[in-house]
Design a binder for this molecule. Structure first.
Ligand code: HEC
Length: 120
Protein backbone atom coordinates (compact mmCIF):
# COMPACT_ATOMS: atom_id res chain seq x y z
CA UNK A 1 0.00 0.00 0.00
CA UNK A 2 2.71 2.54 0.99
CA UNK A 3 4.93 1.57 -1.96
CA UNK A 4 2.05 2.21 -4.31
CA UNK A 5 1.59 5.75 -3.01
CA UNK A 6 5.31 6.57 -3.45
CA UNK A 7 5.30 5.42 -7.05
CA UNK A 8 2.24 7.52 -7.74
CA UNK A 9 3.76 10.63 -6.15
CA UNK A 10 6.98 10.62 -8.17
CA UNK A 11 5.49 11.84 -11.47
CA UNK A 12 3.46 14.45 -9.56
CA UNK A 13 6.66 15.91 -8.07
CA UNK A 14 8.25 16.06 -11.52
CA UNK A 15 5.25 17.85 -12.96
CA UNK A 16 5.38 20.38 -10.09
CA UNK A 17 9.11 21.02 -10.63
CA UNK A 18 8.56 21.65 -14.29
CA UNK A 19 5.79 24.08 -13.43
CA UNK A 20 8.13 26.10 -11.18
CA UNK A 21 10.68 26.41 -13.97
CA UNK A 22 8.06 27.84 -16.27
CA UNK A 23 6.94 30.42 -13.72
CA UNK A 24 10.52 31.60 -13.14
CA UNK A 25 11.21 32.00 -16.82
CA UNK A 26 8.00 33.82 -17.67
CA UNK A 27 8.37 37.49 -18.57
CA UNK A 28 6.22 40.31 -17.25
CA UNK A 29 4.31 40.40 -20.52
CA UNK A 30 2.88 36.98 -19.66
CA UNK A 31 0.84 38.57 -16.87
CA UNK A 32 -2.83 37.70 -16.98
CA UNK A 33 -3.86 40.96 -18.54
CA UNK A 34 -7.35 39.95 -19.46
CA UNK A 35 -9.04 40.01 -16.05
CA UNK A 36 -10.69 43.09 -14.58
CA UNK A 37 -12.32 46.23 -15.93
CA UNK A 38 -11.10 47.82 -19.15
CA UNK A 39 -9.40 50.62 -17.20
CA UNK A 40 -7.66 48.17 -14.89
CA UNK A 41 -6.45 46.02 -17.78
CA UNK A 42 -4.97 49.11 -19.47
CA UNK A 43 -3.24 50.20 -16.24
CA UNK A 44 -1.98 46.66 -15.65
CA UNK A 45 -0.26 46.76 -19.01
CA UNK A 46 1.66 49.90 -17.98
CA UNK A 47 2.57 48.33 -14.64
CA UNK A 48 3.69 45.13 -16.40
CA UNK A 49 5.93 47.10 -18.76
CA UNK A 50 7.36 49.59 -16.28
CA UNK A 51 7.02 48.35 -12.69
CA UNK A 52 6.94 44.56 -12.35
CA UNK A 53 10.67 44.17 -13.00
CA UNK A 54 11.15 45.43 -9.43
CA UNK A 55 7.67 45.11 -7.93
CA UNK A 56 7.23 41.47 -8.92
CA UNK A 57 4.87 40.90 -5.98
CA UNK A 58 2.27 42.98 -7.83
CA UNK A 59 2.09 40.51 -10.71
CA UNK A 60 -0.98 38.73 -9.39
CA UNK A 61 -2.61 41.71 -7.67
CA UNK A 62 -6.28 42.36 -8.29
CA UNK A 63 -7.81 45.80 -7.90
CA UNK A 64 -8.89 44.80 -4.40
CA UNK A 65 -5.31 43.86 -3.52
CA UNK A 66 -4.00 47.27 -4.54
CA UNK A 67 -6.65 48.86 -2.30
CA UNK A 68 -6.17 46.59 0.72
CA UNK A 69 -2.40 47.05 0.55
CA UNK A 70 -2.86 50.82 0.56
CA UNK A 71 -1.26 51.31 -2.82
CA UNK A 72 -4.41 52.82 -4.27
CA UNK A 73 -7.40 54.77 -2.89
CA UNK A 74 -10.38 54.35 -5.17
CA UNK A 75 -11.43 57.44 -7.11
CA UNK A 76 -8.59 59.37 -5.47
CA UNK A 77 -5.36 59.27 -7.52
CA UNK A 78 -3.59 61.97 -5.50
CA UNK A 79 -4.18 59.88 -2.37
CA UNK A 80 -2.74 56.77 -4.06
CA UNK A 81 0.96 56.04 -3.70
CA UNK A 82 1.03 54.24 -7.05
CA UNK A 83 -0.05 57.46 -8.76
CA UNK A 84 1.86 59.87 -6.53
CA UNK A 85 5.13 58.05 -7.12
CA UNK A 86 4.82 58.25 -10.90
CA UNK A 87 3.37 61.74 -10.78
CA UNK A 88 6.53 62.63 -8.87
CA UNK A 89 8.41 62.20 -12.12
CA UNK A 90 6.28 64.97 -13.48
CA UNK A 91 6.02 67.33 -10.54
CA UNK A 92 9.19 66.80 -8.51
CA UNK A 93 7.43 65.07 -5.60
CA UNK A 94 9.84 62.76 -3.73
CA UNK A 95 10.08 59.05 -4.48
CA UNK A 96 10.06 59.06 -8.24
CA UNK A 97 9.05 55.80 -9.91
CA UNK A 98 10.05 53.88 -11.90
CA UNK A 99 13.23 54.21 -9.87
CA UNK A 100 16.36 54.89 -11.97
CA UNK A 101 14.34 54.48 -15.17
CA UNK A 102 12.91 56.97 -17.65
CA UNK A 103 9.70 58.70 -16.62
CA UNK A 104 6.38 57.31 -17.71
CA UNK A 105 4.86 59.09 -20.66
CA UNK A 106 1.89 61.41 -20.09
CA UNK A 107 -0.31 58.78 -21.75
CA UNK A 108 0.91 56.05 -19.39
CA UNK A 109 0.36 58.26 -16.33
CA UNK A 110 -3.12 59.03 -17.63
CA UNK A 111 -3.97 55.29 -17.90
CA UNK A 112 -3.04 54.79 -14.24
CA UNK A 113 -5.05 57.85 -13.24
CA UNK A 114 -8.09 56.80 -15.28
CA UNK A 115 -8.01 53.36 -13.67
CA UNK A 116 -7.94 54.74 -10.12
CA UNK A 117 -10.71 57.23 -10.92
CA UNK A 118 -12.88 54.40 -12.23
CA UNK A 119 -12.57 51.88 -9.41
CA UNK A 120 -16.07 51.14 -8.13
C1 HEC B 1 14.29 49.71 -10.78
C2 HEC B 1 13.37 49.22 -9.77
C3 HEC B 1 12.00 49.83 -9.67
C4 HEC B 1 11.08 50.05 -10.67
C5 HEC B 1 11.22 49.75 -12.16
C6 HEC B 1 9.89 50.56 -10.01
N1 HEC B 1 10.09 50.67 -8.67
FE1 HEC B 1 8.75 51.33 -7.28
N2 HEC B 1 10.09 50.99 -5.77
C7 HEC B 1 11.38 50.52 -5.96
C8 HEC B 1 12.05 50.46 -4.66
C9 HEC B 1 13.49 50.00 -4.44
C10 HEC B 1 11.11 50.91 -3.70
C11 HEC B 1 11.32 51.03 -2.18
C12 HEC B 1 12.02 52.32 -1.87
C13 HEC B 1 11.10 53.50 -1.92
O1 HEC B 1 10.04 53.45 -1.30
O2 HEC B 1 11.42 54.47 -2.62
C14 HEC B 1 9.89 51.24 -4.43
C15 HEC B 1 8.73 51.71 -3.85
C16 HEC B 1 7.55 52.00 -4.51
C17 HEC B 1 6.32 52.42 -3.90
C18 HEC B 1 6.06 52.60 -2.43
C19 HEC B 1 6.35 51.35 -1.68
C20 HEC B 1 5.21 50.41 -1.56
O3 HEC B 1 5.30 49.27 -2.13
O4 HEC B 1 4.28 50.73 -0.84
C21 HEC B 1 5.41 52.60 -4.89
C22 HEC B 1 3.96 53.01 -4.75
C23 HEC B 1 6.08 52.32 -6.13
N3 HEC B 1 7.38 51.95 -5.88
C24 HEC B 1 5.50 52.43 -7.37
C25 HEC B 1 6.10 52.08 -8.56
C26 HEC B 1 5.43 52.14 -9.85
C27 HEC B 1 3.99 52.57 -10.06
C28 HEC B 1 6.34 51.73 -10.78
C29 HEC B 1 6.16 51.64 -12.28
C30 HEC B 1 5.71 52.84 -12.95
C31 HEC B 1 7.58 51.40 -10.07
N4 HEC B 1 7.39 51.62 -8.74
C32 HEC B 1 8.73 50.91 -10.69
C33 HEC B 1 11.96 50.15 -7.15
C34 HEC B 1 11.37 50.23 -8.40
Amino acid sequence: MKKGIKILLLPVVFIMMEGCGKVKNSSSSDVALASGTEAFVAAKQVVADKCLSCHSAWTSYSETDYISKNLVTKKNPTNSSVYNRIRGNDTGIAGDMPQSNPNLSQAEMQLIKTWINNIE
